[in-house]
Design a protein around this ligand. Sequence first.
Ligand code: ADP
Ligand code: ZN
Length: 524
Amino acid sequence: MKSVQDAANDSALDVLRSVWGYQTFRGRQHAIVNHVAAGLDALVLMPTGGGKSLCYQVPALLRPGCAIVVSPLIALMQDQVEALHQLGIEAAYLNSSLPAGEAYAVEQRFVSGDLKLLYVAPERLLTPRFLDLVARAPVSLFAIDEAHCVSQWGHDFRPEYRQLTMLHKRWPSIPRIALTATADPATQEEIIERLQLDDAEQFSSSFDRPNIRYTIVEKNDARRQLLDFLDGHAGESGIVYAMSRKKVEDTAAFLRSKGYNALAYHAGMDTETRALHQRRFLREDGIIMAATIAFGMGIDKPDVRFVAHVDLPKSVEGYYQETGRAGRDGEPAEAWMAYGLGDVVNLRKMIESSEADDSRKWMERRKLDSLLGYCETLGCRRQRLLASFGEVMANPCGNCDNCLNPPEAWDATEPARMALSCVYRCGQRFGASHLIDVLRGERTERILQLGHDTVSTFAIGRDIDSNTWRSIFRQLVSHGYLETDTHGGLRLAEASRTLLKGEQTLQLRREQARVRRQRRAALS
Ligand code: ADP
Ligand code: ZN
């Protein structure tokens, strides 16, 4: 005889096969579905593309009543409901985009038990009117999608998410399932605390996205480098992330001038244009979206083949989320970034000159340090990325730039000391370009004016080319030997002492392009 559990297993698979036409569950989906279908709470941590939706959609069909899905994004709700309709499932959504008459009709269907899934925006869910409907309707479960929106540290913070605990207080017997693609352990803890999910079973999947190839290049001619990268992706859909609205516009225009089908997306554009661009990106093939991070959450396009960063993202977590939009279909995809001294200086400057309080600044500095560590690493990027989420990967991945084309470490102790003492001799307030001119012994107008041709470090570094100097300065800033002031000027940090005194040596990363050039030169 079959046990109750077996019967549930069978029916979950039956539903998956008969309704979705998929043969098997992926990863932990099956366990999650059974858990929630049995009426228990769950917290699901699964990377983008892992298949979170099925984790609440299948239980919604297995349990009597209607599942309420809290989702922060209108566009996402519409897409999901449309997809469910195509499968013949009774689903609807309620949000501010719906005319009153239609909203009323949806409410009636909900209360009379005609719906299996109802997607609601959090602010709508929390209204007395809607809560009253919930009290009268048969509800099978609450699904809280994008659960990291409760975290005030993330950029997706939605204050209403904080109040979702009241669902549990009022209807303790209705199971809840919270889902997120957030890999950051601190955010995960905050989710548990804020949504009172201490007793929920936690289902974590690996956050590895093996089909994404990670590459970081040293920025020297950003536009040409971007074009070179795009060369390998003709006709493919992708996203190019930049930090500012202006740079987004410029990048889109530049790419169009080079014959690419590029659109812009940022929060400063009007709602219609934004929606239009998003729709075109989703529906058409081969569109490149130049965007700020305003573009992304809930972009459910399986065949995004690449995500390029032309500016440094704000944190490893942000980088992971943004690059995670590539390759949701499991096919090979690329995460590419160009990164240079200017990026490091800019971000450090932004943190120092921001209005944030000290604890926030401290937090942001730590986040940036961890990101810079990732950028500068000589080892496998994937190992480093997953390690920052507390995940241990036994072997190097073989699918990142550092694995495919190992960078070299070189002893940069002497040049680093020259750079640091040059910073000191020039008064600790100049940017790297000027300092490099001094080291290289350029008699620029500025140098002559300031008398920097007479400091003892003038021209002591003339044997090193200026690109290498930039790489040295960048790494000195990234590794915390140099600090930036609010104007981007460089000054010595505490850590520089031992290096200056000769009590320490320093290994730096030699950029791969230069490594290749040197190897070629050695061969010829
Ligand atoms: P997430 O929300 O975690 O980013 P989705 O729920 O959108 O991921 O699923 C990503 C893709 O994988 C979708 O196209 C979905 O249909 C597909 N998918 C999910 N689970 C399965 C499965 N068990 N078998 C086949 N395809 C699946
Ligand atoms: Zn690797």
